[in-house]
Design a protein around this ligand. Structure first.
Ligand code: SAH
Ligand code: SF4
Length: 355
């Protein structure tokens, strides 16, 4: 059956009569967290029955949840065809109260979501890449991850979360559905998550970056760079043969980005591969013409990978070099290392357990 989450509000309006009910249905799904069409009591009964016959409300089922000591939670969901994907809830700031118990601010969350089952890009360090490509996620399978995680954690509808497309898959290899999901997320009758709170992370498909830019959706862009010369990057990321570093930088330099924002360059630090100060120096030069910030990520070892986690002191020195040369840089705290943090690792463990 079709998942109702795959429909934009306009598409839904075209399928029902009278069409103005589309707005109410959206609010029931995304804001009142309805679990069945029968709860939607401000709709005529005949419409509720018709919806229940034609659509499903839940394209995902929870398979496994793991909580890390730092508060992040990793979810393994199964899709209707029993394939599985991962999503992660990352608390960015805890709820805070003053001495009288009054709330100073609410907790803030980022939700990391998958865009495909598997991935075609085959990056050497990535577990998802190893297993190859299976299929694209539909728009509804993308949005459902955020909806489910909000529901499961009792995060009220009006709490806006940030979204990063940094789970399994290459979002720009599924651009049409990802763009649709970005729009559904942003709908004021849905989760009302502005594109400015959504970051699309890509391994650097330059042509697709240009297409996304032309759509002018207002999303933020993150580039998984990971290396500063084509030779190293090709070894880590085969896609670099089709789109080399120069083409990625060119695509980024014309990408429409909010004046106050920067393009995020992710740099996975791998011991003895790309962790030298020489690399840091070249990175500063490479990004000198771009409003960029850099996020250093510790390589997270997994079974069968030939790479090693870098030393903390080398990562700190790398970050210091960038910051002291005017390139904004943060180190991603390896949230949830104890819960098989990096993409694809929970899925892999589950499959090993079942084998
Ligand atoms: N395909 C897109 C989107 C997400 S990939 C991209 O490559 O940008 C998922 C993220 O997990 C990427 O930032 C990638 O660098 C990171 N990742 C993959 N394998 C990892 C590992 N072993 N350790 C740490 N991070 C890893
Ligand atoms: Fe695909 Fe991203 Fe993994 Fe590379 S790092 S294989 S692009 S999911």
């Amino acid at each position: 059956m079709t998942s109702i989450l795959d429909l934009t509000k306009d598409e839904l309006a075209q399928k029902i009569k009278p069409s103005f009910h589309a707005r109410q249905i959206y609010q029931w799904i995304y804001q009142k967290y309805a679990n069945s069409f029968h709860e939607m009591l401000n709709l005529p009964k005949i419409l509720r029955d018709k919806l229940a016959q034609e659509y499903i409300l839940s394209p995902l089922a929870l398979v496994k949840e793991e909580q890390s000591v730092d508060g992040s939670k990793k979810y393994l969901f199964s899709l209707q065809d029993k394939l599985t994907i991962e999503s992660v809830l990352l608390p960015m700031k805890n709820e805070q109260f003053d001495e009288n118990g009054g709330r100073i601010h609410h907790a803030r969350y980022t939700i990391c979501i998958s865009s495909q089952v598997g991935c075609r890009m085959g990056c050497a360090f990535c577990l998802t890449g190893k297993s190859g490509f299976v299929r694209n996620l539909s728009a509804g399978e993308i949005t459902a991850q955020v909806l489910f995680i909000k529901k499961l954690n009792n995060i009220s509808a009006e709490r806006r979360v940030n979204i990063v497309y940094m789970g399994m898959g290459e979002p720009l290899d599924n651009l049409q559905n990802v763009a649709k999901a970005i729009g559904i997320f942003a709908d004021i009758d849905a989760l009302a998550i502005s594109p400015k709170r959504q970051t699309v992370s890509t391994s650097g498909l330059s042509a697709q970056i240009a297409k996304l830019g032309k759509m002018d959706l207002g999303v933020l862009l993150a580039i998984s760079l990971h290396a500063i010369d084509d030779e190293t990057r090709e070894k880590l990321m085969p896609i670099n043969r089709a789109y080399n570093i120069k083409s990625v930088i060119e695509a980024v330099s014309v990408f429409p980005i909010d004046m106050r924002k920067r393009v995020l360059f992710e740099y996975l630090v791998i011991k003895n591969v790309n962790d030298s100060l020489q690399s840091a120096k070249k990175l500063v030069k490479l990004l000198s013409q771009i409003k960029a910030k850099v996020n250093l990520i510790y390589f997270n070892p997994h079974n069968g990978s030939k790479f090693e986690r870098p030393n903390e002191k080398d990562v700190a020195a790398f970050a210091d070099f960038l910051n002291s040369h005017g390139l904004l840089c943060t180190i991603r705290q390896s949230k949830g290392l104890d819960i098989s943090a990096a993409c694809g690792q929970l899925k892999q463990r589950r499959e090993n357990e079942l084998a």
